[in-house]
Design a protein around this ligand. Sequence first.
Ligand code: NAD
Length: 351
Amino acid sequence: MKNFSYRGSPARIVFGSGRSADAAKEIEALACKRALVLATPHQKADAEALAVRLGALSVGVFAGAVMHTPVEVTEAALHVVSESRADCVVSLGGGSTTGLGKAIAYRTDLPQIVIPTTYAGSEVTPILGQTEAGRKTTVRHDRILPEVVIYDPDLTLGLPVAMSVTSGLNAMAHAVEGLYAQDRNPVSTLMAVEGLRAFAESLPTLVKSPHDGQARADALYGAWLCGTVLGAVGMALHHKICHTLGGSFDTPHAETHAVMLPHTAAFNAEAAREELVPAAQIFGGSIGGGLWDFAKAIGAPLSLRDFGLTEADLDRAAAIATENPYWNPRPIDQASIRTLLQQAWEGVRPD
Ligand code: NAD
């Protein structure tokens, strides 16, 4: 066994159908009395209903969360936090809402309870990505890690199939990169393999039966595991490329992960052969081709071209993604990344 360091996440995880009803109990367990419920405009009604259920424990709703956590939105939310004298936040939604809760906690140290409704995995990481003047920066800090996460699969029953597929592949990308992370440990590897297995079994069922409660629970369980891997170990080429495409070309977050994953996995397949064996076995032997077949079978987007990128954009993306050196199992150079992007742009099956 190789040498490793391991640090357990101090977050409390509550999992199960109907468990979002425990939100009041969890607020009280944190010794809090005045929760501000956060959501996107799209999930405002759900947030208001939650605030009503919390009764005297809630001071209201801020439903202005948007993608990429713009600092202006955080400042508007901080104003509401201060006016309402909130002593904790409850984030109900996907990664965008979780991001706003984290941005508030980073600045105020208020405790966070997150009730995730997608598979993005942000709720179990101490990482915050935020944008200011069009630039996205990332911070990692213990204050950012939410104190409590309530995973209630009932709240994901209505997650549209297309979003379930791309959000699931987004989570799976955390696990695939976690398998070959330089700082991986035996626990992160166990979680990554189990998370991939959970999604490999649940996503095909969800595509056919979106309201299947068992498949929804399995997918959310996979999201917890894959998200925890993201929070625990370093990511490499795949996350770097998705960050580049989202940050510089405004491609959609989960969809970009979905398109890129088979290609980045294929790129690293030889260099990280041994580490990727358990994942390759789940997807039929060849990690890149197997993930591509899986993604195609569940109706995932397969081509960067569909996001409006041009071939000239690929030249620029390859340059940006290679301008600063970072660790990856296979050494990176601009020409090989350009070839990788071309394949993802065309949507061809990687070898
Ligand atoms: P999202 O939170 O932006 O949600 C997309 C839309 O779907 C929103 O309108 C949302 O209200 C809606 N939605 C969410 N759940 C729904 C449900 N169950 N039913 C119907 N509609 C629903 O999307 P996301 O993919 O979850 O999050 C993406 C963001 O999260 C990005 O900004 C990304 O950078 C961030 N992220 C951060 C980390 C981290 O560790 N910091 C990890 C993963 C993702």
